[in-house]
Design a protein around this ligand. Structure first.
Ligand SMILES: O=C1O[C@H]([C@@H](O)CO)C(O)=C1O
Length: 544
């Protein structure tokens, strides 16, 4: 089945948390509509850029784009940005069931509100390893009152101005800023678009599947529903061995499906809440929504009689690592993993000062997208359009001190790791302290593939020693986004079997903007004829 969408992308005045601000919308809405399809369906989205003065591009997060690498939607990697007034049509197949996301992938535009969810259901006759009565989507976000322009300008300025902490957390696009803190006339608590949202209406005794996704710009979150523990059954489109949590840690770019049973006293309603973890949440009030009960005698619009609980200690890394380590493939859906890798990359992130600007680097290189999209440049053999020298596979793991800021400056560039088509690649992401001597959470997202999550560890990964033996090679979960925890490392394995050029990056919008990403190429010569609609910028001007 083919699903056709016509999307007008435009700025609209919105007040998702009562504060009025310009947001990038899809057909007037932010978040955009949920795309619903069945495994194997084709999605066609005609994107009309009506932003007047701003480019755009949309990434379909978690969709591998097999045979359609030009539809991945990353300006600078897989296509030229879509100019104001132009229409670009994405066409791709949703080849696996699960919960996915979409969002802008041009500059820091995701921060401005262009995001939404993709739900791919199983084909008729397929029995999932769990059952439920109804399903709902929960999209988590964070929200700033500063414009994207101010945020991006601050990050690239000298002196550096960080985006700082979000003003609000959004649940399904709604938050609640305390208007007494805003300049008069900018915030109005009685606006309908910032009313306390109902997460879903529960009928006593029924079981609900919540498809939860996070598209925060910066924040790692803890999501919980008062009195309602969750059974986690899916992660990034893969069934997991079910595990129960009272609250779910979720990182930007991740999705989880959870089962919730409506088994509480139905004569009242309950809080759902999201809390910042991993960074100090003192400037960011928790996001709130209501789980309301449909029950004779209960008022479904009444706020719960309780106060929402405070979140867990934001700086308790151990409990977050514990959840990361509790996720295994469902025993009936273990995807066989190659026993060893053909190549290992040890990728160290450091924050560096380069020509006075603060950047993130990976093995000393801060990624800057080239003017000509990599996919066009590499497929057409334009050797001067990107850096020919590949970035380093390793950092100096013997002597580098991860608890100290980077001792060297690093460089800014547009290199690419060229992977042999079909080869197996291990990547160990290694965290280290930023220039302010703090260590942070970095959720890493791989385009075009899922990876097996081999493990998470503390401190520095030592490739020569025991570290490999600690990894889970028996039933690792496959994901497209995985957290790199403070002071630690995360190891993943993937098969480079999808011809194209693919971004792998920290999903914190400010961090990828500051260069925290790498580019992989595999089998670009096998990519089919590139559509001329992805061309028109840099050295691809005039090509078709
Ligand atoms: O990228 C970042 O920059 C600041 C700080 O590290 C500046 O040194 C911060 O909190 C980030 O997450």
């Amino acid at each position: 089945k083919v699903h056709h969408y016509e999307w007008d992308i435009s700025y609209q005045l919105k007040s998702p948390d009562c504060f009025e601000k310009l947001a990038v919308t899809v057909n007037g809405e932010a978040p955009g509509p949920t795309i619903r399809a069945t495994q194997g369906d084709t999605i066609v989205v005609a994107v009309h850029n009506k932003l007047e003065t701003e480019n755009t591009a949309i990434h379909w997060h978690g969709i591998r784009q097999i045979d359609t690498p030009w539809a991945d939607g990353v300006a600078g990697v897989t296509q030229c940005p879509i100019l104001p007034g132009e229409t670009f049509t994405y066409k791709f197949v949703v080849d696996r069931p699960g919960t996915y996301l979409y969002h802008a992938h041009y500059g820091m535009q995701r921060v401005a509100g262009l995001n939404g969810m993709i739900v791919v259901t199983v084909p008729e006759g397929f029995v999932e390893p769990f059952s439920y009565d109804e399903e709902h989507t929960v999209l988590l976000g964070d929200w700033w009152h500063k414009s994207v322009y101010e945020q991006a300008t601050g990050l690239s300025s000298n002196p550096f101005v960080f985006v700082t902490e979000p003003q609000s957390l959004l649940i399904n696009g709604r938050g609640m800023f305390n208007c007494s803190l805003a300049p008069s006339g900018t915030c109005n608590a009685s606006r309908p678009d910032c009313a306390l949202p109902t997460l879903f209406t529960a009928v006593p005794g029924k079981t609900y599947l919540l498809r939860i996704g996070s598209l925060t710009s910066l924040s790692s979150l803890y999501f919980e529903m008062e009195g309602h523990p969750m059974m986690v059954v899916e992660a990034d489109g893969h069934y997991v061995r079910p595990f129960a949590v009272r609250g779910l840690f979720i990182y930007s770019g991740e999705t989880y499906s959870v089962l919730v049973k409506a088994d509480q006293d139905p004569r009242r309603n309950y809080w759902a809440a999201s809390h910042v973890v991993g960074r100090n949440p003192s400037q960011t009030p928790s996001g709130k929504a209501v789980v309301s009960y449909a029950f004779n005698g209960n008022n479904p619009w009444m706020p719960p009689p309780t106060e929402p609980r405070a979140g867990p200690a934001w700086n308790n890394t151990a409990i977050r690592v514990e959840q990361s380590r509790a996720i295994f493939a469902h025993p009936r859906f273990v995807e066989p993993m190659p026993a060893r890798a053909d190549r290992t990359l040890l990728l160290l992130n450091t924050q560096n000062r380069i020509d006075g600007h603060i950047k993130w680097t990976i093995n000393g290189v801060s990624l800057m997208f080239p003017a000509t999209p990599y996919l066009v440049a590499m497929k057409r053999g334009m050797k001067d359009a990107y850096e020919q020298r590949p970035p380093p596979d390793m950092y100096d793991h013997m002597s580098h001190d991860i608890s100290a800021p980077a001792p060297t400056n690093g460089t800014v560039g547009s290199p690419v790791y060229r992977l042999a088509l079909g080869s197996v690649v291990d990547v160990v992401l290694q965290n280290s302290n930023a220039l302010n001597n703090k260590t942070e959470t970095h959720p890493w997202h791989l385009h075009g593939h899922d990876f097996w999550v081999l493990g998470h560890g503390e401190g520095k990964f030592n490739p020569a020693a025991d570290a490999w033996r600690l990894l889970n090679v028996r039933d690792p979960i496959m994901k497209n986004t995985v957290p790199l925890h403070p002071d630690g490392w995360t190891a993943v394995r993937f098969r480079a079997d999808n011809p194209g050029v693919w971004l792998f990056h920290c999903h914190v919008e400010a961090h990828v903007f500051m260069g925290m990403g790498v580019v992989f190429e595999e089998g670009v010569e096998r990519v089919g004829r590139l559509p001329s609609s992805i061309m028109g910028c840099g050295r691809s001007k005039g090509l078709h």
